[in-house]
Design a protein around this ligand. Structure first.
Ligand SMILES: [Zn+2]
Length: 238
């Protein structure tokens, strides 16, 4: 961007506040710092309003879930991938929170998630939190909780191993990599609850499955649903 462009943008930030968290635009007023144009263009899955959908099917045969969905399709080299990268790798946790609020309002509208008691973000290992400064899924969960009127529990479930990033692993390696990755330490807080497990990107579902298996092993009387902010799982059955 030219120097003049930068100056104009800085001036408009001063006058109108920060622009859209996705595109930076100041002119299309929207909700939760996301402009109307981005709200119209984001590739929403609409899985959250369907009982049966490709994300829910992904868990069939592995672990029992009540409901499962993702908010938008994670499209490689798109601004939607850029959006996830900014809150995951560039310190922009506010984006995770704003997107969480939007997703929370969609889940509320859907009605399927009305009896959720508590939201549990998929935990990161403490070493990764030290490096990144925060758990992005925690901010997504906090945003959702605000809209859904429930609490976040980010203490009861913990990550036992600091496993390497899954991004470059094959599907088989991912499943081997996540065995006994999580543990539950405060079972009283979650007993007999309907728990919504929240993650940022759902690919194979291996990490979330491992997390749910740990929860169900410690708390056989609880029910679990899944809400990922984005997914690589497409519309067609796989
Ligand atoms: Zn925008």
């Amino acid at each position: 961007m030219s120097m003049l462009g930068n100056i104009l943008r800085s001036l408009s930030s001063l006058i109108y506040g920060d622009g859209c968290i996705i595109c930076g635009d100041h002119t299309h007023k929207g909700m939760h710092s996301i402009c109307t144009k981005c709200r119209l263009e984001i590739p929403l899955t609409h899985f959250y309003s369907k009982e049966d959908n490709p994300v829910k099917e992904r868990f069939d045969g592995f672990v029992a879930v009540e409901h499962a969905s993702a908010m938008f399709f994670y499209v490689t080299n798109s601004r939607w991938q850029g959006l996830v990268h900014r809150f995951k790798y560039s310190g922009k946790w506010q984006i995770a929170y704003s997107m969480g609020r939007w997703y929370g309002s969609l889940l509320k509208e859907s009605g399927l998630y009305a009896d959720i008691d508590v939201i549990v973000p998929v935990p990161l290992h403490p070493i990764k939190i030290l490096k990144r400064g925060y758990n992005q899924s925690r901010y997504i969960a906090e945003g959702m909780a605000k809209e859904m009127g429930v609490k976040v529990d980010a203490r009861s479930v913990r990550r036992l191993r600091n496993n390497p990033s899954q991004a470059r692993n094959t599907a088989t390696a991912r499943w081997a990599n996540v065995e006994s990755l999580f543990g539950v330490r405060r079972t009283e807080a979650l007993r007999a609850k309907h728990i919504l497990v929240v993650d940022d990107v759902l690919t194979t579902g291996a990490t979330i499955t491992s997390c749910i298996q740990a929860i169900k092993a410690a708390l056989p009387d609880c029910r679990v649903s899944v809400a990922a902010l984005s997914t690589t799982i497409r519309r067609e059955r796989m």
